[in-house]
Design a protein around this ligand. Structure first.
Ligand SMILES: [Zn+2]
Ligand SMILES: [Zn+2]
Length: 307
């Protein structure tokens, strides 16, 4: 059987003609039978594609032919084309949607005016040096932090990346403006942008972690400053850096440990993903998000099932 893989990558680099790059990338992927999702803007590229391992290798090589992408890092992951419904290659105003396309500045070195990049060991050195002064600032959606986060991290109240601007302008975090702040996210891309937006708004000492939580976790497992599970955007929904991970998340119904987000049973009107333990998810009556109308729908479904 042929071996399949998934490639994850991003690069901030000026792209003079995003449309031309989009058409080239689409042709390239179609020709190689790859599926996935690629976003291109005048600031760079952000993609996840899967397929046959040889096709992935060819894709990587051809993509690096583009001058701005020659030193782009590709991360290999388990999976394949079947993990994606189709191939989607699009031009967008932003490759990460913060809602401020005009603010981000990019040159051939990457994002201009972003946070200082730290390797995983440099993160620990910073904390050893400054102790509790160092603040970890979660650059993900608040939901993702429910199952894992850096120790004592600040988790902003954001549902989507679009909410960050209002959040950091709200005044809630003004006491962090003179402290060392380490932004972090899954693979590092969101913090490339977020750290620059924070610096533009008066945060004086902002850092970001090279390769994000993924690289930090690969280096330190559960023995470092990361605690819990990592939310991931594929059907697994979560991953751990070894079995000895801290149980951070809890079932919304019974409070038992859980690291698995489940859909509310009231699918017609509710898109909510909530933490449920296998027992509570296993019973229709409790397979809801906690909202009153959803609880009622669950109760009705359970009654119908019992009939
Ligand atoms: Zn439960
Ligand atoms: Zn619901």
């Amino acid at each position: 059987m042929a071996i399949s893989k998934i490639l994850l990558y991003y690069k901030f680099t000026p792209i003079a003609d995003p449309k031309a790059v989009m058409l080239w990338q689409r042709d390239l992927c179609e020709g190689l039978g790859l599926r996935g999702r690629i976003l291109i803007s005048e600031h760079g590229i952000n993609g996840t594609v899967g397929g046959d391992i040889d096709a992935c290798k060819k894709y990587l090589r051809k993509t690096k032919d583009y001058p701005g992408f020659h030193d782009m890092e590709f991360k290999w992951s388990e999976g394949g084309a079947e993990d994606f419904p189709k191939l989607s290659v699009k031009v967008r105003d932003e490759i990460v949607a913060f809602g401020v396309p005009g603010e981000l500045k990019v040159d051939d070195q990457g994002v201009v005016g972003g946070g200082v990049h730290l390797k995983p060991e440099e993160v620990n050195e910073l904390v050893e040096k400054h102790g509790d002064e160092v603040v970890f600032f979660d650059g993900r959606n608040a939901m993702e932090a429910e199952i894992g986060r850096f120790r004592d991290a600040v988790v902003p109240d954001v549902e989507t990346t679009h909410d960050f601007i209002a959040e950091i302008e709200s005044g809630k975090y003004d006491d962090l403006k003179d402290k060392p702040v380490v932004t972090y996210c899954t693979g590092g891309i969101r913090c490339e942008v977020l750290s620059s937006l924070m610096i533009n708004r008066g945060f004086k000492e902002v850092y970001q972690i090279d390769g994000g939580i993924v690289r930090y976790g690969e280096k330190y497992g559960n023995k470092g400053l990361w605690e819990g599970s990592l939310y991931v955007f594929d059907k697994r929904m979560h991953m751990e850096f070894g079995e000895d991970y801290k149980r951070v998340g809890h079932c919304i119904h019974c409070g038992d440990p859980s690291n698995k987000f489940e859909h509310c049973v009231n699918e017609d009107t509710c898109r909510e993903l909530v933490l449920m333990c296998p027992d509570c998810h296993g019973s229709v009556a409790s397979r809801h998000c906690g909202r009153e109308d959803c609880r009622q729908v669950a109760a009705e479904l359970a009654a119908a099932e019992a009939r």
